[in-house]
Design a protein around this ligand. Structure first.
Ligand code: NAG
Length: 162
């Protein structure tokens, strides 16, 4: 599996914003990716209303698209009458949380990006999704990702060693 940030230069529009006098710089990750959820694989039920997920993240909507990462985490049926699921996952390098539903219940929603690792340290932003495909075996989320981040290239541990 290719790591998420290794494909970033191809998929992402990177804009470097420099702030006066600050050695850190903010970057923008703005891209569209796809999550393919298959109900019979890449996820398993932990208990009533809680599912462990490992959904592939794709670079396109079709069958020929490449898998470029995984949304790994948990989803919980938080609002049973509405069929809204709270999903916490790490899209390889981004930590994400938000609600999702089926195409009927919640065809579009937003997830918050609360952090990141690797090249996407100090990430914060928003992912909007639209469910573009759904049948009895699978569902495709089209993700519009808009994230600011600041890459921490290197840091020392608390003892001051490199
Ligand atoms: C969401 O996806 C559906 C199915 O592809 C499409 O018809 C609709 O226009 C999309 N909505 C938005 C807001 O992009």
């Amino acid at each position: 599996m290719a790591s998420y940030h290794s494909i970033a230069p191809v998929l992402c529009m990177l804009a470097l914003l420099f702030y006066g006098g600050n050695a850190l710089h903010d970057s923008v990750l703005k891209t569209t990716l796809y999550i393919k959820q298959s109900f019979a694989k890449d996820q398993r039920t932990l208990g009533d209303g809680t599912v462990i997920i490992n959904w592939p993240i794709k670079d396109g909507p079709g069958a020929a698209a490449n898998t470029i990462g995984h949304a790994e985490g948990l989803t919980t049926l938080a609002n049973e009458p509405s069929h809204f699921w709270v999903t916490c996952h790490a899209g390889s390098s981004l930590q994400v949380m938000g609600l999702h539903g089926s195409k009927k219940d919640l065809p579009q929603s937003q997830w918050s990006v609360m952090g990141g690792t690797g090249q996407l340290t100090m990430a914060r932003g928003i992912i909007k999704y639209n469910i573009t495909q759904e049948d009895s075996s699978s569902r495709t989320f089209e993700l519009y990702i808009y994230v600011y981040y600041t890459t921490i290239l290197a840091f020392s541990d608390t003892r001051g060693n490199p």
